[in-house]
Write a protein that binds this ligand. Sequence first.
Ligand code: ATP
Length: 221
Amino acid sequence: MSEPSVHRPHAERHANLRLKVENLAAARGGRLVLRGISFSLSGGEALLVTGPNGVGKSTLLRAIAGLLPLAGGVAALEGGAPGAELPQQAHYLAHADGLKAALTVRENLDFWGRYLARGTEGRSRSTKEALDVVGLGHAAEAPFGVLSAGQKRRAALARLLVAFRPLWLLDEPLTALDKASRARFAAAMRDHCALGGLIVAATHEPLGLEEAAELALGSAG
Ligand SMILES: Nc1ncnc2c1ncn2[C@@H]1O[C@H](COP(=O)(O)OP(=O)(O)OP(=O)(O)O)[C@@H](O)[C@H]1O
């Protein structure tokens, strides 16, 4: 019996994407934290970065995102939008949620959608759709600052959806999430990969991405 044919136009659009990290080195506070890090990831793939506290997982994500100058090596996204640098094609989700406390959840996401989604129509979700994905539709009109820790994290995850960017760099994305929210976001990550997106996630726990490769960083210095 033949496999059902699933047409995924966006997956085709991102099929040639490749994140290449070669011999990357990065320093914090003048101390070399990472050296000789090499891997490559193709559209549709996910990589889990694991290792003990302080080993450099967040440092690696920040270096790839362009938020930290490389002390050596290269991080590049090949095959993406012509002329676009890696940071313009990536979402970086840090430990901090990056949303404004005084604005409502909807206002925050509308802002990010307007600011980042230009040119990604058809691949970006509306604020309402993104909030439904993370199960936060009921809190759309609440100021972000009054949300619980898990609700804040869910709003931050919705930010990934309102402006399509092929590369997601996620630092402990499931922090503070309850079981149902974890399952929902795991499904959103799988959808992102099914559309040809790439995910690099620093994590101390399984994320529900069974096919993901693992980069285990060595013991902290
Ligand atoms: N701004 C900074 N100035 C100086 N040192 C820093 C700075 N940020 C991080 N470091 C150090 O760099 C090292 C790597 O930190 P990093 O946050 O990348 O670790 P991590 O693997 O993500 O840890 P965790 O699992 O605790 O989140 C640690 O020793 C940390 O103390």
